[in-house]
Ligand binder design. Structure first.
Ligand SMILES: [Zn+2]
Ligand SMILES: [Zn+2]
Length: 157
């Protein structure tokens, strides 16, 4: 595949050895599904969506590929306390769907919120700046997840 042929493809193409490099069908399919779906998908959910289009991609491949993608920081692996890993597309802090999580440890409900409070934005900016200087580390993204008890669950005692 010639270079410069990556128009109309997802930004992640450049992350794998430049635009001329073909993603494996599995990675491509998984990123495609995650980038188009909102919410949090388990490996099984992803497998069910992928299977009709890519019958050659098995559940084991899905698991393995999700591991690789989460190590690359392109996908978040999430633990909501129900014993099942969930995955979502890792939108950078400036991405339209960038959000944080409030996880209820009683009912495992997850609230995705994007209307960050001012203190939160300020704290994150300062923290990223300070950490970056201290560890000479260029921070490009973060995953913020708070655990607690939701309104409904704290109502019933
Ligand atoms: Zn954020
Ligand atoms: Zn989320």
């Amino acid at each position: 595949m010639p270079r410069g042929n990556c128009k109309g493809q997802g930004w992640w193409h450049g992350k794998f050895r430049g635009c001329g490099y073909r993603l494996t069908a599995g990675r491509e399919a998984i990123l495609d599904i995650l980038s188009k779906s909102e919410g949090h998908l388990s490996a099984e959910d992803i497998y069910v969506k992928i299977h009709p289009k890519y019958p050659s991609v098995g559940l084991t491949t899905v698991y393995r590929t999700l591991e690789v993608l989460s190590n690359l920081g392109m996908v978040y692996k999430l633990d909501f306390g129900d014993g099942r890993a969930r995955y979502e597309f890792a939108q950078g802090p400036k991405g339209a769907h960038h959000h944080h999580h409030l996880v209820c440890t009683q009912c495992n409900k997850v609230i995705d919120y994007t209307d960050f409070i001012d203190e939160e934005v300020e704290l994150l900016n300062q923290t990223e700046k300070g950490l970056g200087q201290k560890y000479k580390f260029r921070i490009t993204n973060h995953l913020i997840q708070f655990y607690g008890v939701c309104e409904q669950c704290s109502g019933k005692k």
